[in-house]
Design a protein around this ligand. Structure first.
Ligand code: HAM
Length: 427
């Protein structure tokens, strides 16, 4: 019986694994050069953890299970709750600010589609313990730093930034109750993903007054603070949130990434825990789903039984990113290709043992080396070396009896005979 892979999952054969590592290595080095430290947590947690504050959408997409003691568990759909739990556990001993990153494997029971999988990797970068927008700017910078490093430009991507604090105040000014905010955010976040009529129906379920709905929709389309003021005059708190955003844009400019960033009130975010600045990174053409999303979540640690500590961060999935990089020609076949430092060929089967010995010595010296398992002719061994993308081929032949071997540089096509002693000394 043939059992197929589960829908929405991926098999990583070596070429795909090389791509995945290339993406993840890039994420890790961007995190490190921006001063973040790596952490990780377990792949499953208590189910309750995702029911407290992630929001209905995530709760509906959980892969849950019962352990043998009857406890309800769930595979992590995101790592932010784990981060909050871990930081809470050691809050008194951790040096602040806490600047941490992680690249968890996550699972969400979504309907698989382009860029949406049921298992994916997500780069997370968070700052905990700083309630200044400088921290928001720094995590945004880290994301853009990576995207720029892989070759994306302001013509390819845009960071759309808004503020839930501002939106909350404006919605309240429009007459919404505090308790309506979360469900309204969840609907507004789905706007781009739903047919207009379905979206309108969902919004009408939350906001019965047609005039209010109109105004909310105009707010979502307002391109500037002036446009917002034409719809609702911001009160003091809303003005404060707007002020905070302009400071964020100032810092982003100073960080030299202003040209990647844009004020966009349509960004609300689906997760329930965001409290301030929110943003999403999209492809400029707007054809794909979000590459990344994040924002400030100042109440989450407290809601998880910890102290009142502010936090901000983002998550970037590997799958939309890969689609975009592919479309832009920024991830090519060379990323999929393996490569090794040395391939050890032998001119005759009687030199095979010497080849094994040579390969082992190279490996022990910390370089990569391979040799053929078969006793084939040199031509075939060279083909094998080329298929493995070997940088150099060492040929063990008759000269070895005089303590010499030949080394061919595959790129330059040059071959040199050197003494074995010198060869190993130079490794
Ligand atoms: P999120 O918006 O749910 O946020 O996910 C962030 C990114 O993860 C998305 O923009 C997308 O690139 C990727 N992603 C999400 N779901 C899938 C999926 N089913 N398949 C492929 N990629 C996906 C969060 O998860 C927050 N916890 C991020 C965060 C960190 N906020 C603060 N700190």
């Amino acid at each position: 019986m043939k059992i197929p892979p589960v829908k929405g999952t991926r098999d990583f054969y070596p070429p795909q694994m090389n791509r995945r590592n290339w993406i993840i290595d890039g994420w890790k080095s961007a995190s490190l050069r921006n001063g973040f430290e790596e952490y990780d947590g377990p792949i499953f947690e208590h189910l309750q953890m995702y029911q407290i504050k992630s929001g209905d959408e995530i709760a509906e997409q959980l892969f849950s299970l019962k352990d043998r003691g009857g406890r309800d568990l769930a595979i992590r759909p995101e790592i932010t709750p784990t981060l909050a739990r871990m930081v809470n556990q050691q809050i008194n001993t951790l040096a602040r600010p806490i600047k941490w990153f992680s690249v968890p494997r996550l699972c969400r029971a979504e309907r698989p589609q382009k860029g949406r999988l049921r298992e994916f990797f997500q780069w997370n970068v968070d700052v905990i313990g700083v309630d200044d927008v400088l921290a928001d700017a720094e995590v945004i910078f880290c994301a853009v730093d990576y995207l720029r490093q892989v070759g994306l430009t302001p013509d390819d991507i845009v960071v759309k930034i808004s503020s839930r604090k501002m939106l909350a105040e404006l919605l309240i000014e429009l007459g919404l109750e505090e308790s309506q905010l979360e469900p309204v955010y969840a609907v507004l976040d789905k706007r781009a993903k739903l047919p207009e009529d379905v979206f309108e129906k969902l919004l009408a379920e939350q906001v019965s007054d047609g005039d209010r709905r109109e105004k909310i929709l105009s707010l979502m389309e307002a391109e500037s603070v002036e446009k917002i003021s034409e719809i609702v005059e911001p009160d003091r708190k809303a003005a404060e949130a707007i002020e905070e955003m302009s400071r964020l844009f100032e810092i982003l400019d100073r960080m030299q990434i202003g040209q990647f960033c844009k004020f966009d009130t349509s960004i609300v975010r689906g997760l329930a825990y965001y409290t301030g600045i929110v943003y999403e990174i999209h492809d400029k053409a707007g054809r794909l789903r979000a590459i990344a999303g994040g924002g400030r979540y100042d109440n989450l640690l407290k809601q998880f039984g910890g102290p009142d500590v502010s936090a901000t961060g983002f998550g970037m999935g590997d799958s939309v990113l890969e689609i975009l990089l592919e479309e832009k020609g920024l991830i090519g076949k060379e990323v999929e290709q393996r490569s090794i430092d040395y391939f050890i060929a032998f001119a005759d089967s009687k030199y095979r043992d010497k080849a094994i010995e040579t390969a082992s010595k190279i490996r022990l010296a910390g370089m990569s080396a391979n040799f053929s398992y078969k006793t084939a002719g040199l031509g075939k061994q060279f083909k094998e070396a080329a298929a493995q993308n070997a940088r150099k081929v060492v040929i063990i032949g008759q000269e070895i009896e005089a303590g010499q071997l030949a080394v061919k540089d595959m790129a330059a096509g040059q071959q040199q005979t050197v003494t074995a002693e010198e060869f190993f000394r130079k490794l």
